[in-house]
Design a protein around this ligand. Sequence first.
Ligand SMILES: [Zn+2]
Length: 60
Amino acid sequence: MHEEIKEGSILVLKKGHPCGENKWQITSFGTICKIKCLGCERIVIIDRTDLKKRIKKVIQ
Ligand SMILES: [Zn+2]
């Protein structure tokens, strides 16, 4: 259902970061992923299955 995502993909998640931004870039894509908030550049570690459930839109 989702478009393909990979390292470098920019995503909009269902829930934004507390800083107010809602776009994230995948900096590491594996069983465990790292995503970087494009507002404050903070990195969040997230399980890939969880990440896929939270995607609202794939931007690129
Ligand atoms: Zn942020």
